[in-house]
Design a protein around this ligand. Structure first.
Ligand SMILES: *Cc1c(COP(=O)(O)O)cnc(C)c1O
Length: 368
């Protein structure tokens, strides 16, 4: 087909589409596989969210509330912010796209780290923006180096805190020093997808920076701690002027009604939330100790995932584990060929992962 497309679109690399679990199982002749690859909630969705959605299904013929009124009220109350500062999206990924659509013009530059969440650079490129990439230092965002890369064309900076895939965080003091070095035309996007898992004393309070000279937009999601990745709900917290621009570019019904209802119920399910954090921290620690005994180096993380240096080719190990029905994330696409990333599952799943890993490491004769 001869269709004309701009080079910046033709050059985009689609997000690697993982096969459905059922297809993988059929292909590899396995059943009952466990997925520790995508930073999802090991405990599943909040049962209260599931019940609330089930009870509302007979209203599916109605368009959703385009303003996300009830979810917005509940969240604004929880966060102690004006609801006009919240913009909801079809996952926080949509907000990333809306920010680019609203604030980037062709030729604008955007700073991101490497490795970090792969979505930022794709969205920038799709918008005709130019990515400038600053390597992590010691697995952490190098805020000083990033501030040093800012020039007249820099328009936006994406920072995930904790960073995916390394799980590292920066401190309040580091962030404030960084902001102080930026010109006011830059928007800082602080992606807090994993903020729930961060130890309280290490958490930034993004609300303090929304009205600063350099505007900060915080992104949060119901996909991780709230266990609703399949529903697709996330939001941005920002100055209401910025919010008003995102509302101009978003579709009127961008968050579907089950998503609004489920997110609201999950927000009120404090028991599920608490159990999620407890299980994550307990299992993360247990896994790290067990992995050390297997001779694997692990990296401390403030998120619900962490990196493992497997002492050999991570992609080969990934395939080896897959044949045993254990799905992890290889890291070569992020520039870490010897690493895998795992999200702790439930205790019995983690035991199975450890048994399979031990077996695989032996068979592959990996070692450090
Ligand atoms: C998982 C993740 C998100 C969440 O995206 P949703 O679209 O809300 O599911 C956002 N940012 C990072 C860095 C993530 O890893």
């Amino acid at each position: 087909m001869t269709i004309k497309v701009a080079p910046h679109i033709a050059d985009l690399v689609p997000y690697p589409p993982g096969k459905p679990l059922e297809e993988l199982e059929r292909e590899y002749g396995i059943t009952g596989s466990i997925k520790l690859a995508s930073n999802e909630n090991a405990l599943g969705p909040s049962p209260r969210a599931v019940a609330a959605i089930a009870a509302a299904l007979s209203n599916l013929h109605r368009y959703p509330d385009g303003s996300c009124y009830y979810l917005g009220q509940a969240l604004a109350c929880r966060l102690e912010v004006d609801p006009r500062r919240l913009v909801f999206g079809n996952g926080s990924n949509e907000i990333i796209g809306l920010l680019a659509a609203a604030f980037l013009s062709a030729g604008d530059e955007v700073l991101t780290s490497h490795p970090t969440f792969l979505v930022y650079q794709n969205v920038v490129q799709a918008q005709g923006g130019i990515n400038r990439v600053v390597p992590l230092t010691g697995m952490r965002h190098d805020l000083a180096a990033m501030a040093g890369q800012v020039n007249d064309r820099t328009r936006m900076i994406f920072l995930d805190n904790p960073n995916n895939p390394t799980g590292t965080v920066f401190t309040t003091a580091e962030f404030e020093d960084f902001l102080a070095r930026l010109p006011a035309r830059v928007i800082v996007v602080l992606d807090e997808a994993y903020v729930d898992f961060v130890e309280p004393e290490l958490r930034l309070d993004a609300r303090r920076y929304l009205d600063g000279e350099v505007p900060v937009v915080a992104l949060r999601t119901f996909s991780k701690a709230y266990g609703l990745a399949g529903l697709r709900v996330g939001y941005g917290l920002m100055h209401e002027d910025l919010a008003s621009y995102l509302h101009r570019v978003r579709q009127p019904f961008n968050v579907n009604s089950p998503a609004q209802i489920g997110a609201l119920a999950a927000l009120e399910d404090e028991e599920h939330y608490r159990q999620t954090l407890e299980t994550t921290w307990r299992e993360k620690e247990r896994l790290r100790q067990a992995l050390a005994k297997l001779g694997c180096l692990t990296f401390a993380s403030q998120a619900n995932f962490f990196l493992i240096d497997v002492g050999g080719d991570g992609k080969v190990l990934y395939e080896h584990l897959l044949r045993q029905g254990v799905i992890v994330r290889p890291m070569q696409a992020y520039g870490y060929p010897r690493y895998i990333r795992i999200t702790p599952g439930r205790p019995e799943e983690n035991d199975r992962f450890l048994r399979s890993l031990e077996q695989s490491l032996k068979e592959l004769a990996y070692g450090r």
